[in-house]
Design a protein around this ligand. Structure first.
Ligand code: MN3
Length: 203
């Protein structure tokens, strides 16, 4: 068994004008594909080729040291991007609803305060990385990770993440990461984030 690039459920231009078509196409077909290819190379002929990507990221400490860094970078890249494509969509609904909305309100003191916390995490991630909304022990939190590290490795389940590597925004936004983060909200598929939240709460 080997890992493969998931198909996008929307067109490369579907997130325009917030994320441009060229960025989406390169990001998915070149960057994500490279993580998949390099992950497959790293685990080829090992038992880890048969593990789910979630298990690999959760149990990185069980991966032999010789291939661990390659698996951490490329497995993380595969896992993080798969989530990223899923929680975006062409009809960004702007705001969460229902239980997720209530719990964000309770955890952060309002949706705007949550947005500010996530944007701050993204802006202050020095160099490449991600900003996340995670669930751990039933609690929502915002965090950031460098490179392709995932909150899953330390036991938190990411239910929303924004890629702040330059490749995610440079063609349209150049050095303006804060502008990208502001626009990115309009791409979030909150129904999907809610589904992931319910799943994470069930454990
Ligand atoms: Mn990326």
């Amino acid at each position: 068994m080997s890992f493969s690039l998931p198909e996008l459920k929307y067109a490369y231009n579907a997130l325009e004008p917030n994320i441009d078509e060229a960025t989406m196409k390169i990001h998915h077909t070149k960057h994500h594909q490279a993580y998949v290819d390099n992950l497959n190379k790293a685990v080829e002929g090992t038992e880890f080729a048969g593990w789910s990507i979630e298990r690999i990221i959760r149990e990185l400490d069980k991966i032999p040291e010789k291939i661990r860094q390659a698996v951490r970078n490329n497995g993380g890249g595969h896992y993080n991007h798969t989530l990223f494509w899923e929680i975006m969509g062409p009809d960004g609904q702007g705001k969460p609803k229902g239980k997720l909305a209530e719990d964000i309100e309770a955890a952060f003191g309002g949706f705007e305060a949550f947005q500010e916390a996530l944007e701050t995490a993204g802006k202050t991630q020095f160099g490449s990385g991600w900003a996340w909304l995670t669930v751990k022990d039933g609690k929502l939190a915002v965090e950031k990770t460098p490179n392709q590290d995932s909150p899953l490795t330390h036991g938190a389940v990411p239910i929303l993440g924004v890629d702040v590597w330059e490749h995610a925004y440079y063609l349209k936004y150049q050095n303006r990461r804060p502008d990208y983060l502001k626009s990115w909200w309009k791409t979030v598929n909150w129904d999907k984030v809610s589904q992931l939240y319910e799943k994470a709460l069930k454990g």
